[in-house]
Ligand binder design. Structure first.
Ligand code: NI
Length: 170
């Protein structure tokens, strides 16, 4: 197992639209293991394959307090979303240090394959619903800062690029 490098906004590769996973085979299972390890190491609650530069429809999530309840969603599709919306502060491993409010459906139903390739239906609300919607956006090439005003987004972009330059110089 190995930690995978996480792409940072505004890396253009974060805007790639992911393709469906063709088969839950050894390659995909290895990727799931590495994505989980990377997510836990970075103290995140979710990671989409897009963020590690693999453009296939796969996300890993763990919103549990004990950090011991991984959820793997392969080829996820939202089949129902509540009309009721709520605004939650979101963050993202690809936009470190930035947290801001995004409005999303309060509850959703999702179909997906799990890490063993078994078909599953997940009903989610609260933080899990937010996290699934956030991660599924990544698969469409969308980063949460794109919901913010252009002014805020540009400020974040500038901050991220400066942070990258500082790292490269160090
Ligand atoms: Ni994210």
């Amino acid at each position: 197992m190995a930690l995978l490098p996480i792409l940072c906004y505004p890396d253009p590769r974060l805007h790639t639209v992911a393709k469906p996973v063709q088969a839950v085979d050894a390659r995909v299972k290895k990727l799931i293991g590495e994505m989980l390890e990377t997510m836990y190491d970075a103290d995140g609650i979710g990671l989409a394959a897009t963020q590690v530069d693999v453009h296939e429809r796969l996300v890993v999530i763990d919103v549990s307090a004990g950090r011991n309840t991984p959820l793997v969603l392969i080829n996820p599709e939202i089949t129902w979303a509540s009309d009721e919306k709520q605004v939650n502060d979101e963050g993202c491993l690809s936009v470190p240090g930035i947290y801001d409010g995004v409005e999303r459906s309060s509850a959703i139903k999702v179909t997906a394959l799990d890490g063993e390739g078994q078909s599953r239906v997940i009903e989610a609300e609260g933080m899990l619903a937010v996290c699934i919607q956030h991660e599924m956006d990544h698969l469409l090439g969308k980063v949460f800062v794109e919901y913010l005003s252009p002014l805020k987004r540009n400020r974040i972009k500038t901050k991220m690029l400066k942070a990258r330059r500082d790292t490269e110089r160090a």
